[in-house]
Design a protein around this ligand. Structure first.
Ligand SMILES: *Cc1c(COP(=O)(O)O)cnc(C)c1O
Length: 410
């Protein structure tokens, strides 16, 4: 099955009770049973069944199975947001005294989370460069995980998953990849060697900008050393599934960050058009990046531009696509604001992955809590504009942006 067929027909092992073509929205908190014995069996995991939506719900299961199929995992758990997914995944294996190695050009919320984890005694080392050569000396016996974004938002650095996963595995640690901006349409991190893939489903997977969510997918191939990963010791009997079982029946369930059933449904129908949307979004972004490059006043950052530092990864790792995010520098904050304010179609909004084109000035919004150094490591400067390209007609988008830029120069 190819990608677009798989999107529609790939996880049909979920049988809907009345043969509905879509999973019904089980908008309930709890599920009722005929006898106490039956419910007892569900709690003992001796029979399949749902008890309470924080722990499981059929609409959420349907979405989990769809994403799991797309990424080629052994199991997936949906969360209330991308941040809930990242925090649950990390807290499933890290405890006080442990270290995380992470990229420096990450999503601002993830950087903030790493700062919060310091208060729990979990220390993050930010690697300015995620090459194996730069990472190797940062690994020590306290390192529990390497965390990176496949295409970092908004820095547009590409993680060399085959090389970094080989290094991580040599050291006995897993590689967790946030693939929100790449999506399984562009690349599948588990196939490239990553151990766990995480998405904010709020972005491209949902696509319509109508619900917040996250998902953790376990590749199920990593050999967990139970001596090293003490948090997994109770789950040893599950072997290679120890991580996902620890998440589902333990940390995620107890932190309480489940996805809402209605959001699971909206994201389920949203993801079915992922292939079509990404095809159009990437083509639009490529055209817009080339059009904006014509202005000597701007410096444009997009992966398919020939002078981009990560250009070679477009063919090597991203199936020829550059993704939906492009950034450009304007020379000053004033000009950045002026351009943004005169756009007719692009919406000023703090999000990415919508079918509508969205723009933002990251320095005065997403990075307001970061230091200058951290911000610049994430590719964000005082004059940077981030664009999340949508599916509008490319001619209209190009006209909108080029007119806005022209009017800012006059
Ligand atoms: C948005 C985003 C997140 C956080 O997801 P939420 O759903 O907003 O919690 C994490 N990583 C990346 C790369 C993102 O773009």
């Amino acid at each position: 099955m190819r990608f677009n067929t798989k999107l529609l027909h790939g996880s049909s092992n979920v049988k809907n009770p009345q043969r509905e073509i879509l999973p019904p929205i089980s908008q309930v908190s709890a599920f009722k049973y005929e006898s106490m014995e039956e419910l007892e069996k569900v709690f003992q995991h001796k029979s399949m069944g749902y008890a309470y939506t924080r722990i499981g719900n059929p609409t959420i299961t349907a979405f989990e199975q769809k994403i799991n199929t797309l990424e080629g995992g052994t199991g997936a758990v949906c969360c209330s947001s991308g941040m809930a997914a990242i925090s649950s995944a990390l807290l499933a294996i890290c405890e006080s005294g442990d270290e995380i190695i992470a990229g420096s050009g990450l999503y601002g919320g993830t950087i903030d989370l790493f700062h919060d984890l310091e208060k729990l005694g979990i220390h993050t080392i930010f690697a300015p460069d995620m090459s194996p050569k730069a990472l190797r000396p940062l690994i020590n016996e306290k390192t529990k995980v390497i965390f990176g974004e496949l295409i970092s938002n908004p820095a547009l650095k590409v993680l060399d998953i085959p090389a970094v996963s080989a290094l991580a595995h040599e050291a006995g640690i897993p590689l967790f990849v946030d693939s929100t901006t790449a999506t399984p349409y562009i690349a599948r991190p588990l196939e490239l060697g990553a151990d766990v893939v995480i998405h904010s489903t709020s972005k491209y997977l949902n696509g319509g900008g109508n619900s917040i969510g996250g998902v953790i997918v376990d590749g199920g191939k990593f050999k967990w050393d139970i001596e090293k990963y003490k948090a997994l010791s109770e789950f040893k009997k599950y072997g290679k599934a120890a991580f996902i079982v620890r998440i589902r029946t333990d940390i995620w369930e107890n932190l309480g960050g489940c996805m809402a059933p209605l959001n699971a449904f909206l994201s389920f129908i949203g993801v079915e058009t992922l292939g079509l949307r990404m095809e159009r979004i990437c083509a639009n972004a490529d055209k817009l990046a080339h059009a904006l490059s014509e202005f000597p006043e701007l410096s444009v950052d997009y992966l398919t531009l020939p002078d981009h530092p990560y250009h070679e990864y477009v063919e090597k790792e991203l199936n020829g696509y550059g993704g939906g995010i492009l950034n450009f520098r304007t020379g000053s904050k004033e000009r950045a604001f002026k351009i943004i304010n005169s756009l007719k179609y692009a919406l000023i909004a703090s999000n990415i992955g919508d079918i509508r084109t969205l723009v933002i000035h990251p320095a005065s919004t997403l990075y307001i809590r970061s230091g200058k150094e951290e911000m610049e490591a994430a590719g964000v400067f005082e004059d940077t504009v981030r664009v999340s390209v949508g599916i509008e007609d490319p001619e209209d988008l190009i006209n909108d942006f080029t007119e806005a830029v022209r009017s800012s120069i006059e």
